[in-house]
Design a protein around this ligand. Structure first.
Ligand SMILES: Nc1ncnc2c1ncn2[C@@H]1O[C@H](COP(=O)(O)OP(=O)(O)OP(=O)(O)O)[C@@H](O)[C@H]1O
Length: 270
């Protein structure tokens, strides 16, 4: 049993992380914990460090200072260990155009090191769960944008990762399609016992997706950590929206802080 109760229940831990690129500090001091089975949205104005935070979580580069841990492991130093643990869904589906929907899902499992005999049954199962039965042999250009994003989600879930990172995955879709896919994503994450982290520019989406919203402000620090009560009324959500917008304002307008209205989550654990 872990001596650190936070580490035991957390899937992502950023401990006073800084990340600098030559001549530019992208993350100044990012400190938060995401627990297993949470669905957390990350919002903030452009350039505030959201993608850098994702890339640190994926181990694409190391922090300049501080530590990043995913399930207690260093994602940069133990990159191979992460191949089956974390899946990413991007804004554009990023499918191979010369491969069918089924083959695209299989390719994700191939790169993740899943046993070959599992590829096709799992791919068929996940395409079916995402409403694409009968479209397994379609090529990306024969699918709508929403269907392509469903293939992309199937590819992510088929790997059976612990953690699914979504980088504006629903933002290129019309609102009805996005709403349906968001609801399916939440259901699949919850029923599969996964953890989801979603970057979005849409505050309504952030409030509808999960249990918590992290608000980042440039250069890469947390300006608010907003818990969303399961039974939040429309009025509550409107108050949360106002609070999130205030927390996104450039520094100088004052951090809202975790002791603000309604409820907060997460920071006390860090
Ligand atoms: N490889 C890099 N080299 C230099 N600067 C970088 C690099 N990656 C990111 N940055 C800078 O770090 C800051 C944060 O970038 P990041 O992409 O994380 O922001 P973001 O919040 O994801 O923005 P957006 O919402 O527009 O996608 C920006 O000023 C960006 O120019």
């Amino acid at each position: 049993m872990s001596a650190n109760p936070v580490a035991e229940h957390s899937i992502i831990q950023f401990d006073h992380v800084q990340k600098s690129f030559p001549g530019h500090q992208a993350i100044s001091d990012l400190d938060f914990t995401i627990a297993r089975n949470e669905i957390v949205s990350v919002v903030g104005v452009t350039g505030c460090g959201k993608s850098t935070m994702f890339n640190l979580t994926l181990g694409l580069f190391a922090p300049t200072q501080g530590t990043v841990r995913v399930q207690g492991h260093d994602p940069y130093a133990e990159f191979d260990w992460f191949r089956r643990k974390v899946a990413v869904v991007f804004q554009d589906a990023r499918l191979l155009p010369w491969r069918t929907a089924l083959q695209n899902v299989c390719v994700g499992m191939k790169f993740a090191g899943v046993e070959k005999s599992e590829w096709e049954p799992r791919a068929r199962d996940w395409l079916a769960r995402l409403g694409l039965s009968g479209r397994e042999d379609s090529y990306p250009h024969q699918l709508s944008g929403g269907q392509r994003q469903r293939v992309s989600l199937a590819r992510a879930f088929a790997v059976d990762p612990e953690l699914i990172l979504c980088d504006e995955s629903f933002s290129a879709l019309d609102e009805i399609t996005a709403k349906n896919l968001r609801a399916e994503f939440v259901e699949l994450v919850r029923s599969g016992g996964k953890t989801g982290v979603v970057i979005t520019h849409n505050i309504g989406e952030a409030l509808s997706l999960g249990n918590r919203v992290l608000v980042l402000r440039a250069p890469g620090h947390l300006s608010d950590d907003v818990g969303i009560p399961a039974d939040a009324s429309d009025a509550d959500r409107e108050a949360l929206r106002t609070r999130i917008l205030a927390a996104m304002e450039p520094a100088g307008s004052g951090d809202v802080g975790p002791s603000g209205a309604l409820t907060t989550a997460g920071r006390s654990a860090s």
